[in-house]
Design a protein around this ligand. Structure first.
Ligand SMILES: *Cc1c(COP(=O)(O)O)cnc(C)c1O
Length: 430
């Protein structure tokens, strides 16, 4: 498998380089040179295969030998060891629950696969691979959990002191082992600036064997294709997928799956008021802008990083994109009302991100009453206890054991000033 950068379509890297570099130096994004179609044998059998067998066939068709079959099979089994069930609210509304992984959000799929692929790629290196990541909350937790106890790797997480929720902080600071949390006296932007400075410092970057677990890493998108296959094969006709979106990685993964042959009726891109993509689909104007804080905070993105990939997949043809994707945006009042409505109508507790999806599904179904929608539930509602309690009362939630037990774990972090030099000095200490 070869990949090119969207900014230099004529130069190629292999899969390993794209994963370890994460971002091309020309600031583009890595894209597969060729997206192979799944063959007839696959489509004859796909509904009867085990999830693991189906997953291996899809990923190995895409990777074309970049990872040997037996290794790939083991990586997939180890990374995707939790279910992605489809729950029927009724005939029209299905919910694809992507929160059964260790950190209760869909990012576990991508992060766990990427961690194991990176460990395999660097298996012959004597030097430990250091993953440096800045987080405003959820990504750091997924990355930390994904790399925890993965041999030959360590993770350094920078997070802004006092600016992540209590449980999020525990997800970053309670693991120990090969995970270190640096508690930065500053903002998320400071953390990002520090990480960038460390990467740009050649000496540090080489000495520490630095890599990034950035969310635009191609290895994170690949496993995210699989739950679309898994849910589509449970229905007798191609569904409309409704995707609560921020950086549009999830939606890009679905586009890759459709290029491999997965049949879908339509795609609905659901956003909160950070609606640059729905606006683009409506008007053909793309106007990135600073993000605005909302209840569905993992989707507060004003300039989605995967938008370039979406455009590339449609040959920069706005009309072609609008034939396949429709956008729908809603505000926080709508999100709150949707949380109540889903509970009253269906007895289901949906999180604020899924609620944005529900509103978009409802809008779609109003004009397409014969379709079946599959709404991605991207996080467990227990990650947003305040909002759920405000709308549904204090007893609506069952807190999953793996979240509840975190509360008692001790927090271990290293305080640091918001100064890139301090980070570089710290990284270089013997
Ligand atoms: C990251 C995230 C999203 C947005 O996903 P993208 O792939 O960035 O569009 C939505 N919901 C939750 C809970 C997330 O953590």
């Amino acid at each position: 498998m070869r990949l090119y950068s969207t900014n230099s379509p004529d130069t190629y890297v292999d899969f390993g380089e794209a994963v370890l570099r994460s971002l091309p130096t020309d600031n583009g994004l890595y894209m597969p040179e060729h997206i192979p179609q799944l063959d007839d044998t696959f489509w004859q059998e796909w509904r009867t295969l085990s999830f693991h067998e189906m997953a291996c066939r899809v990923v190995s068709t895409l990777l074309q030998g970049a990872i040997p079959e037996d290794k790939l099979t083991a990586i997939i089994a180890d990374a995707l060891n939790f279910p992605a069930p489809v729950v029927s609210l009724d005939d029209k509304y299905r919910v694809l629950e992507l929160f059964h992984g260790p950190t209760l959000a869909f990012k576990d799929f991508g992060a766990r696969f990427m961690a194991r692929v990176m460990a395999w790629l660097t298996r012959d290196d004597d030097q430990t691979l250091t993953v440096l990541v800045a987080t405003s909350g959820d990504t750091g937790g997924a990355v930390a959990s994904a790399f925890h106890n993965v041999p030959g790797t360590r993770v350094i997480i920078l997070y802004p002191s006092g600016k992540v929720s209590g449980l999020q902080e525990k997800q970053l600071t309670a693991l120990g082992g090969n995970i270190t949390a640096l508690e930065i006296d500053g903002s998320f932007d400071d953390c990002q600036r520090m990480v960038k400075a460390a990467f740009l410092d050649q000496k540090t970057s080489l000495a520490c064997n630095l890599t990034s677990a950035n969310s635009i890493n191609i290895a994170r998108l690949i496993p995210q294709m699989l739950y679309y296959f898994e849910s589509a094969r449970q229905l007798d006709k191609p569904p409309v997928f409704v995707i609560p979106s921020g950086n549009f990685g999830n939606l890009t993964a679905l586009l890759l799956a459709t290029r491999m042959g997965l049949p879908v009726a339509h795609i609905v891109a659901a956003t909160n008021i950070n609606d640059v993509v729905p606006e683009y689909l409506e008007t053909s104007e793309y106007s990135p802008r600073p993000s605005v804080a909302t209840l569905s905070n993992a989707m507060d993105v004003g300039d989605p990083s995967n938008f370039t990939r979406m455009q590339e997949l449609f040959g920069n043809d706005w009309k072609a994109m609008t034939d396949k994707i429709t956008g729908f945006a809603s505000n926080d009042a709508g999100t709150r009302a949707a949380i109540r409505e889903v509970c009253e109508k269906f007895g289901y507790v949906i999180d604020p991100h899924g609620a944005v999806g529900y509103l978009a599904a409802k809008a779609w179904l109003a004009n397409h009453p014969d379709d079946t929608t599959v709404i991605l539930e991207t996080a467990h509602p227990a990650k947003f206890p305040e909002t759920i309690a405000e709308e549904l009362g204090p007893d609506a939630l069952d807190i999953p054991e793996r979240l509840a037990c975190l509360a008692d774990e001790p927090k271990v972090s290293i305080p640091m000033a918001a100064d890139p030099t301090d980070l570089i000095t710290w990284l270089n200490q013997p």
